[in-house]
Design a protein around this ligand. Structure first.
Ligand code: SF4
Length: 387
């Protein structure tokens, strides 16, 4: 990079004054408190800020301090996270909060190495906290920063390769404002999402136009260079919506390790792609499906709907099947446990002993399960209207 000191200074001024006038009004921008910056950064990974905002507000209300998070009840924490996806983020938050309480006496560490050592915090998040909360000149390199930088300098390095990070780091370390490093990082993030967007950069409105090599050559869309994404693996599942005579649904808790750990879903059975395709095409429920809770009752089931749920490495294709309206389903008592239970829709319903029954609003539902309840709710409403 052959920019003079003056050029770098002017670049910083142009970028920061644009930021002062145009920054996104996000709730966590009213503070530099490391705990709040950390939570907002973890929530914003893989998730749109508009989606994050209500979650952030609820989270701060429930866990206003690092100590409260360190003592959080696991199920309540997951419930609060429901719908944000990537649930390991929530689990790691609690583990890291416990680390801060135990190792740093509840005070968030103020140097990059210690921040990076906390569970679930990678180089981007560590740099974001270090720069915003502690004024350290650490570039927080995310997709936005890589896109803008690759266009500014027409960098051909592949952003999907981890080795490219060093190259971006080298450029951004020379550019970052030592006086306002946190604002510098956030300015590039906002510029990347509001102005220098992936498909239609608004160069005429960009404060960096005079510095930008790709805009000068008209090759903005050639950058960043990125090799094709690995395709997610397709998996096929039948989801059993088993309802009893009280209108409760039978849900299972997933194992405590792996995808959607400890979240609740309808019983799921994986099936071959061909059986799945046949079911969603002609509505026939495959005889090959085995439901341990319902040994020989497959003929009583009917196909309801299908949808897909995308994870980072897997694509789940789910077909919901349900007992035919004239059928009811009862589970033998010995099959019910802490990991398998009846879940009601209404939190005010009581058991025969006067205890509140478990409602679906009390337990953390897996992402696909939230969607399945939405589908069933819509179907049930339509049926009600026909009555
Ligand atoms: S001038 Fe255009 S391509 Fe260059 S940084 Fe600005 S918006 Fe992006």
């Amino acid at each position: 990079m052959d920019w003079s000191k003056n050029q770098i200074k002017e670049f910083q001024q142009d970028l920061l004054s644009w930021y002062d006038d145009n920054k996104k009004p996000l709730p966590w921008r009213k503070t530099t408190e490391p705990y709040k910056i950390w939570i907002s950064e973890i929530m914003s990974q893989q998730t749109q800020v508009e989606t994050v905002m209500p979650y952030y507000e609820r989270f701060m209300k429930k866990y206003p301090t690092i100590e409260t998070l360190a003592q959080a009840d696991d199920a309540e924490l997951l419930k609060l996270w429901e719908g944000l996806g990537y649930y390991s983020r929530a689990r790691n938050l609690k583990i890291a909060a416990q680390e801060v309480v135990d190792k740093y006496n509840g005070k968030f560490p103020d140097n990059l190495a210690d921040i990076l050592s906390l569970k679930g915090i990678g180089p981007y998040t560590a740099a974001a906290i270090a720069s915003i909360s502690f004024g350290l000149a650490e570039p927080a390199i995310d997709g936005n920063l890589m896109r803008v930088t690759s266009r500014l300098f027409e960098l051909d390095c592949d952003i999907s390769k981890s080795s490219s990070r060093k190259i971006f780091d080298g450029y951004l370390r020379k550019l970052i404002s030592k006086k306002r490093p946190g604002d510098f990082n956030q300015a590039l993030m906002d510029l990347g999402s509001l102005v220098c967007s992936p498909k239609s950069p608004k160069c005429e409105a960009c404060p960096l136009l005079n510095y930008c090599a790709a805009a000068a050559s008209g090759k903005q869309l050639n950058y960043p260079v990125k090799t094709k994404k690995i395709k997610q693996k397709d998996l096929y599942f039948t989801a059993f919506a088993l309802e009893n005579s009280l209108g409760e649904y039978y849900l299972e808790k997933r194992p405590s390790k792996g995808l959607l750990a400890d979240m609740w879903t309808f019983p799921l059975t994986e099936l071959p792609a061909a059986d799945f395709e046949k079911m969603i095409t002609d509505g026939s429920v495959s005889k090959n499906i085995v439901i341990p809770e319902l040994p020989e009752s497959i003929s009583k089931m009917e196909y309801i709907a299908n949808f897909t749920h995308i994870f980072s490495h897997q694509k789940w294709n789910l077909a919901i099947i349900k007992l035919k309206p004239e059928e009811t389903f009862e589970v033998a008592d010995e099959l019910l446990s802490e990991d398998k239970m009846w879940v009601h829709f209404d939190s005010k319903v009581l058991t025969e002993n006067g205890q509140p029954k478990v409602s679906r609003s009390q337990i953390p539902l897996a992402g696909p399960q939230v969607k399945m309840f939405e589908i069933l709710d819509k179907k049930n409403k339509k049926i009600d209207l026909l009555k």
